[in-house]
Design a protein around this ligand. Structure first.
Ligand SMILES: Nc1ncnc2[nH]cnc12
Ligand SMILES: [Zn+2]
Length: 331
């Protein structure tokens, strides 16, 4: 199984680049930028990663992101993640970034974008890893603040491939962002949204019907609503599920309780992703491994999860066909 897990070509569709900041890099960048961290050492950072829910994670995630200041910082962060992709046989990745987290600290809008883009281009050149970049709107902030950052993105239209919605879900429903997503769609961007991670199944309906997203990030709360599950299956709406994240943030008490394989068996287009791997204890292979060891997923199911990600990704049909063949060749 371990060889199969290593060799299976993987496609990642739910990855926050700020969530790949390993404690070692957090310390190195803090030192480089003259920032004092509220931790004595790397071990103290890791020890602090005990989360009760999404908000307790987000507090540390935004605090950690404050060490990212220059284009080189974002390049180094993204490059380290792409090296992990290479090791894990991730052949295509669609990455989120949160510009508002950085512009709020006085970092220019172009800085994260250009650092991330430079690393993505280098990984495609060196290793053939293809990618897309999705700009996320922070839902705990106002729609007007989100609209302002969306207008800044217009100047970089060709360097941003889609718009997403993340951060604190409960109390910040999709209905808060209808105008923003309408504007994003008018500008030609495909849209995605976190929905049904901690929030109710109704947020998934609203992300689809009000925001007209093409994928749902997480979406695991759909199990509470049989009508919604039937719709997701019949329309093959992709759900970018994040198993290790879900257990670390207590969306499921333990991996044995995770419903991803039930959703797969019911015909939903579920995929496996790592979300914020530096905080949740594992990158792509670790997420697949957790399903194999703790949910007893078969090779057929794991292959199907990877094929679903091909279906859900934003590559063109020719590239998708080539990826499908590589996955099906993996026995
Ligand atoms: N899992 C998650 N849910 C919502 N917002 C996030 N930002 C980074 N990771 C997130
Ligand atoms: Zn996420």
């Amino acid at each position: 199984m371990e060889i199969f897990l290593a060799e299976l070509p993987k496609i990642e569709l739910h990855l926050h680049i700020e969530g790949t900041l390993e404690p070692e890099m957090m310390f190195a960048l803090a030192q480089r930028n003259g920032i004092t961290l509220p931790y004595a050492d790397v071990e103290a950072v890791r020890a602090a990663y005990q989360f009760a829910n999404l908000q307790s994670f987000l507090d540390l995630y935004y605090q950690g992101a404050a060490v990212l200041c220059t284009e080189q910082d974002f390049y180094d962060l993204t490059w380290a993640y792409l090296q992990r992709c290479q090791q894990d046989n991730v052949v295509h990745t669609e990455i989120f970034f949160d510009p508002q987290t950085h512009t709020a600290r006085g970092v220019d809008f172009a800085v994260p974008l250009q650092g991330i883009r430079r690393a993505l281009a280098e990984a495609e050149r060196q290793w053939g890893i293809t990618s897309r970049l999705i700009m996320c709107i922070l839902r705990h902030l106002s729609e007007d603040e989100g609209l302002a950052i969306l207008e800044q993105a217009v100047d970089y239209r060709d360097e941003i491939d889609g718009i997403g919605l993340d951060s604190a879900e409960v109390g910040n429903p999709p209905s808060k962002f209808v105008r923003l997503f309408q504007r994003a769609r008018e500008l030609g961007w495909p849209c995605v949204a976190h929905a049904g991670e901690e929030g109710p199944a109704s947020y998934i309906w609203d992300a689809l019907d009000l925001l007209k997203v093409v994928r749902i990030d997480h979406g695991v709360r759909c199990v509470d609503d049989p009508l919604l599950m039937a719709r997701l299956a019949s329309e093959r709406v992709p759900l970018t599920v994040c198993p290790l994240s879900n257990t670390r943030l207590k969306v499921f008490e333990q991996m044995a309780d995770h419903t991803i394989l039930d959703l797969l068996d019911r015909g939903l287009c579920v995929t496996v992703n790592s979300d914020d791997p530096a905080y949740f204890g594992g990158y792509m292979t670790a997420n697949f491994r957790a399903l194999a060891t703790e949910l007893h997923a078969s090779r057929e199911q794991l292959r199907m999860l990877s094929l679903n990600a091909v279906e859900a990704c934003w590559l063109d049909e020719r590239q998708k066909k080539a990826l499908r063949e590589r996955i099906l060749a993996c026995l």
